[in-house]
Design a binder for this molecule. Structure first.
Ligand SMILES: *Cc1c(COP(=O)(O)O)cnc(C)c1O
Length: 319
């Protein structure tokens, strides 16, 4: 088994969303609170970082480098973990407004991360340059790809699936926001390896379904080798719905705003404007269409991201 460094507060709770279930009149909905994984306001990246940090330290890393959007939750969690373990952290953040520190990027800065601004197109290229510079100046950099969605990071969500089994909760469906794919890949791999009937439905945040299925299936297959299995997970068995991409990444529509209001006002649960609101909006629509049915149990896997609610671009929807 790959080495793991415990970072998260586990197991995260499972709670019923009774009032939302009642209002929608469909399945019984529950929420898995991975927004409560602990460090730095929590979120799904901590589970992946438990394995990726162990890999970085085994490689003698002194500096973690990663990439994301200005409101990246992954970058925020990486910056916090770097601080906790005495590592330097360099973040390449894409934005149209360089230099503005707010919400997640404010937190990045508070954790002492060095921030390099770039456009979305430049991001990966800049990261490679900065890696080479850091290497040549003896900073022992370790590159964590977007979202920590490597086969190693995927193991965090394989463990999360096992955690769900230990909580003895067997829903018909898991509904989860899916973007760089590691979260869904780990859960889907868990379901395959344990012979579980649970259907793991990824609501795509920013990819056409066909593309995301390949990303998730590939991660799941390669991750299976790390645990001594040689599973070939094909894209056909990965469930992805990409009907809710709207105006693109990070741009909420009325659906997302309504979902955030519903969760806040009926359950006192905060969704984030980029990921979980889109996934929840998708879930609500699929209930209204009868895809997720009365009599079934649905586990909405909350992946975190709530600090983004305080970014100027989102705050205005809610005040
Ligand atoms: C990164 C992120 C996701 C997507 O997880 P992936 O493993 O990248 O697919 C979902 N929700 C939140 C809040 C995230 O930060």
């Amino acid at each position: 088994m790959n080495p793991r460094i415990r970072l998260s507060h586990l197991p995260t709770p499972i709670e019923p969303l009774s009032k939302i279930s009642q209002q929608l009149g469909g399945p019984n909905i529950f929420v898995k609170r991975d927004d409560l994984t602990g460090i730095a306001f929590g979120g799904n990246k901590l589970r992946k970082l438990e394995f990726v940090l162990a890999e970085a330290l085994a490689n003698g890393a002194k500096t973690l480098i990663t990439v994301g959007a200005a409101q990246s939750n992954h970058c925020r969690q990486t910056a916090a973990v770097a601080a906790k373990f005495g590592l330097d952290c360099i973040l390449i953040l894409s934005t149209e407004n360089p230099g503005i520190l707010e919400a997640n990027s404010q937190l990045d800065s508070m954790f002492g991360a060095e921030i390099v601004w770039a456009t979305r197109e430049e991001r990966e290229g800049r990261a490679a340059e900065i890696f080479n510079q850091a290497w040549s100046t003896g900073r022992r950099p370790f590159m964590i790809p977007l979202g920590a969605s490597t086969p190693t990071g995927t193991l965090g969500y394989l463990e999360a699936f096992k955690e769900l089994q230990q909580q003895e909760f067997t829903p018909d469906w898991i509904v989860v926001a899916s973007s760089s794919g590691g979260t869904q890949a780990g859960l889907a791999l868990g379901a395959c390896l344990m012979g579980s009937e649970i259907k793991v439905l990824g609501i795509s945040i920013d990819h056409p379904a066909a593309e995301l299925k390949v990303i998730v299936a590939t991660l799941a297959s390669v991750a299976s080798e790390l645990v001594g299995e040689k599973l070939i997970v094909t894209p056909e068995v990965i469930l992805v719905n990409s009907d809710y991409l709207g105006q693109g990444y990070g741009v909420p529509s009325d659906r997302e705003i309504d979902a955030i209001r519903l969760f806040a006002r009926l359950e006192g649960v905060l969704l984030d404007p980029v990921y979980t609101a889109r996934a929840a909006a998708g879930m609500i629509d699929l209930i209204q269409k009868g895809v997720l049915k009365k009599g079934e149990q649905v586990l909405f896997w909350h992946t975190g991201g709530t600090p983004a609610l305080f970014a100027e671009q989102y705050k205005r929807y809610f005040v």
